[in-house]
Design a protein around this ligand. Structure first.
Ligand code: VAH
Length: 315
């Protein structure tokens, strides 16, 4: 069985659905700090869990006899920058609790890192798997500390920890909350609802992005990978495309010709975005566990617009 924290979030809601499809509904225990109307989390075993409550986390892990924990609960970059101490407490406190459960019960462990684990002094183009990581955001500090802590638990305690440095993730099931790359999700929702969007990230700001189906497949593929082939663990660079707001605009206009993109740059989130790479190198993931993606900008845009039109434009 698999225990998932933050199961009602942007990644969690789709990962729960896919894992339940592949392994069976009762195989996946969804947990989150609150219940929502989100049918995915409630469509099978669900427990309320605040990841700062390590005792309850162990109880749930034992109750369902889990063998894997996927720790997703965290504050994303923009929110973390507004509440840095709260972000440290939740992102690191939650991670330590989850790693301790994995150590005590000898569970396989996954938690995401991010392109946010890189900083202004990191090579910006085709960022290597192994390179300097001095992020200047609290979220980035959390992600680098998290990567080091997960590698430590692997080396020191033999916990089978694995991680992915995710780019911006784009999805239509559950919108993200508090990310810097959220513009790349909002743009599709607004294109369908209002045929216009005002981006808080500036024209020409390149960031790596990936469609959620590719991200979910990468998690499952990494967790099922042969451990003897893994040279790296926490965490692999993965991405599908390096794009800027104007690329989304041009692709959306192929489907909605009257779509208009305007800009009203948010300095706080623009600063975060500019501290991240323009593009990252995914050779290690490809070589060590066969990472690949199926969605490029064109295929993702077609699918996003179709799914959102079905969701919002019943008529
Ligand atoms: C964020 N969506 O914007 C997350 C992610 C690479 C971006 O870490 O904070």
């Amino acid at each position: 069985r698999i225990l998932i924290t933050g199961a009602l979030g942007q990644i969690g809601s789709e990962l729960v659905a896919q894992l339940r499809k592949e392994y069976g509904t009762d195989h996946v225990v969804a947990t989150d700090i609150r219940r929502t109307e989100n049918e995915v989390g409630i469509g099978g075993p669900f427990e309320l869990l605040d990841v700062l409550d390590g005792k309850k986390m162990v109880e749930i892990a034992k109750k369902y006899q889990v063998d894997t924990i996927i720790h997703l609960a965290a504050l994303l970059s923009a929110t973390a920058e507004k509440n840095p101490l709260l972000a440290w407490n939740i992102n690191m406190g939650g991670l330590v609790n989850a790693l301790e459960v994995a150590r005590e019960l000898q569970l396989q462990f996954f938690t995401p890192s991010s392109i946010g684990a890189f900083g202004p002094s990191t090579p910006k183009d085709n960022t290597p798997q192994d390179t300097i990581q001095r992020p200047n955001t609290m979220y980035g500090v959390n992600k680098v500390a998290g990567e080091l802590l997960c590698d430590y638990y692997f080396q020191k305690f033999g916990v089978d920890t694995r991680g992915l440095r995710f780019p911006g993730l784009i999805s239509y099931v559950t919108p993200p909350g508090g990310g810097t790359t959220d513009y790349a999700v909002e743009i599709y929702y607004e294109a369908v609802k209002r045929k216009k969007y005002t981006s808080f990230i500036d024209k020409g700001t390149y960031m790596d992005m990936m469609y959620m189906p590719d991200a979910i497949r990468a998690i499952i593929q990494l967790m099922e990978a042969d451990p003897t082939k893994l040279i790296h663990r926490n965490a692999f660079n993965v991405t599908a495309m390096s794009v800027a707001p104007e690329h989304f605009e041009a692709e959306i206009q192929k489907h909605i010709p009257e779509f208009v993109l305007e800009y009203d740059v948010d300095p706080a989130r623009q600063r975060i975005a500019e501290s991240w790479p323009n593009s990252i190198d995914t050779t290690a993931a490809k070589q060590e566990w066969g990472f690949h993606t199926e969605y490029d900008l064109s295929k993702m845009t077609k699918d996003m617009l179709e799914k959102l039109q079905a969701k919002y434009m019943k008529n």
